[in-house]
Ligand binder design. Structure first.
Ligand code: PXL
Length: 276
């Protein structure tokens, strides 16, 4: 297992996210991804969802004070090498998480601006966007929106390479060091390019499109893999590229077992991993 040279301890990543009872997304996906990278996973649960491969049946937020308490418990005793945020649900939770990240100096930070579940259910209230923009995005080391999330944040529809680049320009003004906009929904049968905005430069990171039906958890595994690589000391832009490769393997592994349940099955971050 990788150890921190300074402290002689295992590296630690923190996910601040919601649970998925089906184990495919959210905290479960994040902890499995951390483990696959040889990084000790810790969590601050923001919301609990009743969910399976068919959809989201119910969810409830955790009280903001309890979310802050979880972050404080981990930071003050165990220490955090890198953290990520996922489902935050409400503007009260976005605010509580942004405050805790500031107060407990949680850095580097990956922000996955989760807005909808794979089945299209709302996981972030519409009135939370402004708080996300004003309070959390400026604290992000890496911001990882998909095309819909990039559009919601930038304020115009994002549907092709041109609008992805436009959104990249708008979002880079808000503070994240690196922005990685995933192009999984681009109309291209063979390729799945993502846009990396880093150091004032835009780079298209090409990748083969993996024909897959079971893609639940893809975004969570991507942002968790970036977080794990940051915990291991990788440069943020390189971490995005490494995480994209990791997710490709996770999608292929999820597909190989033909999916769990009767609906859209999860990707599998336990495909063999990068531990050690
Ligand atoms: O992939 C976004 C996401 C994040 N967090 C939770 C989820 C989902 C998608 O379904 O359920 C808890």
């Amino acid at each position: 297992m990788p150890v921190s040279a300074a402290a002689g301890r295992r590296l630690v990543a923190l996910t601040i996210a919601g649970t998925d009872s089906g184990g495919g997304a959210g905290v479960a996906a994040d902890l499995k991804t951390f483990e696959a990278h040889g990084v000790w996973g810790t969590c601050a649960v923001t919301a609990v969802t009743a969910q399976n491969t068919l959809g989201l049946q119910a969810w409830e937020p955790v009280r903001p004070e309890l979310v802050r308490a979880q972050i404080e418990s981990v930071v003050k005793d165990i220490g955090v090498s890198a953290a990520k945020t996922g489902m935050l649900g409400s503007f009260e939770l976005v605010e509580a998480v942004a405050d805790a990240v500031r107060d407990f100096r949680v850095q580097p930070l990956v922000v996955d601006p989760v807005m909808f579940s794979s089945h299209g259910d709302e996981l972030l209230a519409g009135d939370a966007l402004e708080t996300l923009w004003l309070q959390l995005l400026p604290r992000a080391t890496v911001l990882v929106p998909n095309m819909d999330e990039a559009g919601a944040l930038a304020g115009f529809p994002v549907g092709d390479r041109g609008t992805m680049e436009e959104a990249g320009r708008v979002l880079s003004g808000v503070g994240p060091q690196v922005i990685f906009i995933t192009g999984g929904h681009l109309p291209d049968a063979d390729h799945s390019p993502d846009l990396l905005v880093a150091n004032g430069t835009m780079t298209w990171i090409d990748g083969a499109r993996i024909p897959a039906r079971h893609t639940h958890g893809t975004g969570c595994v991507l942002s968790a893999a970036i977080c794990a690589e940051l915990a291991r000391g990788m440069d943020p832009a390189d971490a995005c590229i490494a995480a994209k490769r990791f997710v490709g393997r996770a999608i292929a592994a999820g597909e190989a077992v033909g999916g769990l349940g009767a609906g859209v099955g999860p990707v599998d971050p336990g495909w063999g991993g990068l531990a050690g």
